[in-house]
Write a protein that binds this ligand. Structure first.
Ligand SMILES: C[S@@+](CC[C@H](N)C(=O)[O-])C[C@H]1O[C@@H](n2cnc3c(N)ncnc32)[C@H](O)[C@@H]1O
Length: 249
């Protein structure tokens, strides 16, 4: 698989076989991407207890969350900044100031907010940045509801067990598909799903719905009927696709 990559990618990735990833997990994926890309700057939107943020190995890291579950001042240093505020406020105050190599979007799990986070972060990225969007593949109609409590209520009423909760972030992938012809993406079909996005034009660009309204009104069943749009791949194939995308000649 590795020999398909360009020379630049091969050089950067010497000795970094996908096999070294070991177990699945967000931290391992982000660290694999960070190492492969040589990432020096990282932004995480939605940090909670810092389980992911604190374990991502990138020199300069910025964390944004209105409610950190820890005291950020204990962990702050020259290269690690914590912004206790909603993502909208962060982007409104820091637009254009910074560029990030790697971004993890894991804030409020609604389509509208993740769409806004996604659009707001784009000017903070460059030709070889990667944006990883969390929770993009809900396994059932309940997990795909934008309101977590309502999802739990409906699940319980239906006697449905398991599946977790994603929110309706999956709609963002349809919006990227229909409205961002200069971006490529692939979805890791594991756990609750994560979609990686990078700058690479899609020559086969053809909008499916061509309507923000239709996308925002989508249901989980609509997603299932149009699953090809999600570009689902297993983890290794997906990460390989990202690496060949950003290091293409
Ligand atoms: C799923 S948790 C994040 C988990 C974390 N990324 C990890 O991997 O451990 C979602 C977080 O998003 C935060 N959040 C909610 N609304 C937000 C907003 N408007 N902007 C930024 N973060 C937000 C919540 O406070 C919560 O901590």
């Amino acid at each position: 698989m590795l020999q398909k990559l360009g020379a630049a990618a091969k050089g950067r990735r010497a000795g970094k076989s996908m096999k070294n990833l070991g177990d699945s997990g967000t931290v391992r994926r982000l660290n694999w991407l960070a190492k492969t890309m040589g990432a020096k700057t990282y932004l995480e939107i939605g940090v909670l207890a810092g389980k992911t943020f604190r374990n991502v190995r990138v020199k300069t890291k910025h964390a944004v969350d209105p409610n950190f579950l820890f005291d950020p001042s204990e962990f702050e240093d020259r290269n690690t900044c914590y912004y206790q505020m909603p993502s909208d406020e962060y982007f409104a105050h820091h637009i254009g100031e910074r560029q990030y190599d790697l971004v993890f979007l894991d804030g409020l799990h609604t389509y509208e907010q993740t769409f806004r986070d996604f659009c707001a972060v784009l000017p903070h990225t460059h030709a070889r940045s990667v944006i990883l969007i969390d929770d993009t593949v809900p396994k059932d109609p309940y997990s795909a509801l934008p309101d977590g409590r309502e999802a739990e209520r409906q699940k319980e009423a239906a006697g449905h067990v398991g599946g977790g909760w994603n929110g309706d972030i999956y709609k963002l992938i349809f919006a990227i598909h229909d409205f961002f012809p200069t971006l490529s993406y692939v979805t890791i079909n594991q756990g609750k799903g994560q979609t990686a996005v990078w700058r690479q034009p899609r020559p086969d660009f053809a909008p499916l719905m061509n309507s923000h309204e239709s996308i925002s009104r989508m249901t989980w069943h609509d997603m299932q009927e149009n699953l090809a749009i999600m570009k689902l791949e297993d983890r290794d194939a997906a990460l390989e696709r990202v690496a060949s995308g950003i290091f293409r000649k």
